[in-house]
Unconditional design. Structure first.
Lengths: 176, 132
């Protein structure tokens, strides 16, 4: 899971760990390693988890990757996903460009899955929300809510998010 | 009824943010009016405060795409006043305080999730669920 300390990343780590997967969390934040282990990560690695050694394809490390970052994280994920695995891309905090070759796709059969929720048909979303609401390990949730703010706190909080300094989710109470 | 809102306005290439008061007349017309209890912010919500972003299509804009709250008025028989709902994406006015989404994007929720937790988790969980 890349961008593991963010909202989608944290949720992914907790859900996958709850389902019994061996979860490796990637984050650039050294002070969030304990938090991610608390959500269920077996191992926490940095932003560079598959250094470019000049070879087109890297070692086959992951059965699947949930990438919340884009940019070089997504490129690294594609180079190091196992034969037949899949990489799901939902984020752009690491940049909106992707530099890759076709080799992960045509040599290892790796699939790149694009993820959008805004235009997902509502029936599909309702089914997903229900299954997530039933399955999510709620007891791990409190750690994911970094802050509760009112509208006056938004400018500072949005800056935090923009600079990649926020953890989990920031809740906004408009009347608070 | 007036309500507080975090409003982004754009002139030339400068985007200004302010907490201001709006009324229901400022919202786009919709079938459902929701009093917002909680919203959350994500990276794209932060991007729309920056000039040159390719996320926002129009200003003025109240940023945010996820909320929980309760129905105030509804033209959709499936959503009754007082009912608590979760909304993600696809509503033109965007959060905060009051929102008028099309009914198709609202969901009555699950009794297992409190609404602050629901707002925090369920919308991001739909991204996660689609990711596996």
């Amino acid at each position: 899971v890349t961008g593991a300390s963010g909202g989608v990343g944290s949720t992914t780590v907790a859900l996958l760990a709850h389902r019994g997967f061996e979860v490796v969390a990637s984050t650039g934040k050294k002070n969030e390693h304990g938090y991610l282990q608390g959500l269920g990560a077996d191992r926490v690695v940095g932003r560079t988890f598959a250094p470019d050694d000049g070879r087109t394809l890297g070692p086959q490390l992951w059965g699947g990757v949930v990438d919340c970052v884009g940019g070089s994280a997504l490129a690294q994920a594609l180079r190091t996903t196992r034969y037949g695995g899949a990489v799901a891309a939902s984020g752009l905090t690491g940049g909106n460009e992707l530099t890759t070759t076709v080799y992960p796709f045509i040599v290892r059969g790796v699939a790149l899955l694009g993820i959008d929720t805004v235009a997902t048909p509502i029936d599909e979303r309702r089914a997903l929300w229900l299954s997530m609401a039933n399955e999510f390990p709620i007891d791990r949730c409190e750690d994911m809510v970094a802050q509760e703010i009112d509208l006056g706190g938004l400018t500072v909080a949005l800056d935090l998010v923009l600079n990649g300094a926020a953890r989990g989710r920031i809740l906004v109470a408009p009347h608070g | 009824m007036p309500f507080p809102a975090y409003l982004l306005t754009k002139s030339d290439d400068v985007i200004r943010a302010e907490v201001t008061e709006l009324s229901e007349r400022d919202l786009p017309s919709g079938d459902v009016l929701i009093a917002v209890e909680w919203s959350v912010i994500n990276f794209k919500d932060a991007m729309v405060t920056q000039p040159g972003n390719r996320v926002a299509r129009r200003y003025p804009l109240i940023p945010g795409v996820e909320l929980t709250g309760s129905v105030v008025e509804s033209g959709d028989p499936a959503l009754q006043p007082g009912q608590r709902v979760l909304v993600q994406g696809s509503f033109r006015c965007r959060t905060i305080s009051r929102a008028a989404p099309p009914p198709s994007s609202a969901w009555p929720g699950s009794p297992r999730c409190s609404h602050s937790i629901g707002s925090s988790v369920t919308a991001s969980a739909s991204t996660v669920a689609l990711s596996w």
